[in-house]
Write a protein that binds this ligand. Structure first.
Ligand SMILES: [Zn+2]
Length: 331
């Protein structure tokens, strides 16, 4: 029993618990000492001290002090046993979907606070505020997600396992523009585009399960399929709402089935026009797979070395892209 209680106190540090319940401390003298208003009684001058190293509190106002369990007992006015049960419940990991939603919302807020991220979006031709909001685009400046998610009872290990933080506890998506990937309205993955020197693309290490980064296949009789989320963003911005993105050129059987789920649908493949022909080859192979699934596939040819994103950044308009669609050749 005593051992369990020790473990409980270690897993929920007193200072962390207090902050999660809106206690606003400031440092008092030594590195590990904090002071703030006492949550246990009304006061205007801070007299509630926490020693983070010892994991103990003491209030000079009401003269009460002790450990986490003692605090929660007083704070919630619960008997000892119920207090322990309550704290054990706090340890139950939060659902992953909730943590992902909170992450997306947090990064969305950061986007507007960091001009380097807005500048990057602008450079990639994404400037419509309504679209940025609709796609849920955010920015991870780095280093502060973990503290934010502490309010939702997430543990270090859980965030590490999901892939939101690294072993140092820092944001895994640091200095990346974030796009949430949704399925049935729920965030199931994140795509992060580096704006710095790091490898450009990052996803959470969750199985994609064959989902499209944006579920817009819906009931469209014609679908434009692109490689990247920036391609999708500029096309949506230009009015091509029937664009979807598989993040890459490889489709899983589930994604193929999704494209084939409506008879008579046409799919316009608008991949990169790389110098090494990789995009064109991938498009060709995919078109053949679609044809065998009874989907009418067309390959969109863009000017040399362009993808839909760079094409729009270079000044193309909706009419130019419409012309490319009309010029697409069936396979
Ligand atoms: Zn007090």
């Amino acid at each position: 029993m005593a051992e369990n209680l020790e473990r409980l106190k270690q897993r929920i540090p007193l200072l962390e618990y207090l902050q999660r319940h809106n206690w606003k401390p400031r440092r008092a003298g030594s590195r590990q000492e904090f002071v703030g208003l006492c949550p246990l009684h009304q006061e205007t001058r801070p007299s509630f001290y926490v020693n983070a190293a010892k994991n103990l509190f003491y209030c000079h106002g009401c003269g009460r002090g002790g450990d986490l369990i003692r605090f929660v007992q007083l704070f919630l006015d619960l008997p000892f046993r119920q207090t322990v049960a309550h704290l054990e419940q706090e340890l139950t990991p939060a659902p992953v979907s909730l943590l992902l939603e909170q992450t997306v919302a947090f990064y969305q807020l950061q986007l507007h606070r960091h001009s380097e991220a807005m500048y990057y979006l602008e450079q990639r031709g994404v400037h419509d505020p309504a679209l940025i909001e609709e796609l849920g685009i955010g920015y991870a400046p780095g280093g502060n997600l973990r503290r934010h998610l502490a309010a939702w009872c997430s543990s270090f290990d859980q965030l590490l396992e999901i892939g939101l933080i690294n072993h140092q506890g820092r944001d895994a998506f640091c200095r990346r523009v974030i796009f949430p990937c949704r399925q049935h309205g729920q965030v199931v993955n994140l795509y992060g585009r580096s704006i710095g020197a790091a490898f450009p693309h990052r996803l959470l290490p969750r199985s994609k399960g064959g989902l499209f980064a944006w579920e817009s296949v819906g009931s469209f009789s014609a679908v434009i399929l692109v490689e990247g989320l920036f391609d999708l963003a500029v096309l949506w911005q230009a009015g091509f709402r029937n664009t979807t993105c598989a993040i890459g050129t490889q489709l899983t059987p589930a994604q193929l089935a999704q494209l084939a789920d409506q008879p008579g649908r046409s799919v316009y493949i608008a991949f990169d026009q790389d110098d090494n022909q990789a995009g064109q080859k991938a498009a060709q192979q995919l078109a053949q797979r679609l044809q065998s699934a009874a989907v009418c596939a067309h390959i969109v040819r863009l000017p040399h070395e362009h993808d839909p994103n760079s094409y729009f950044v270079a000044g193309a308009r909706a009419a130019d892209f419409t012309a490319s669609l009309q010029g697409a050749y069936p396979v």
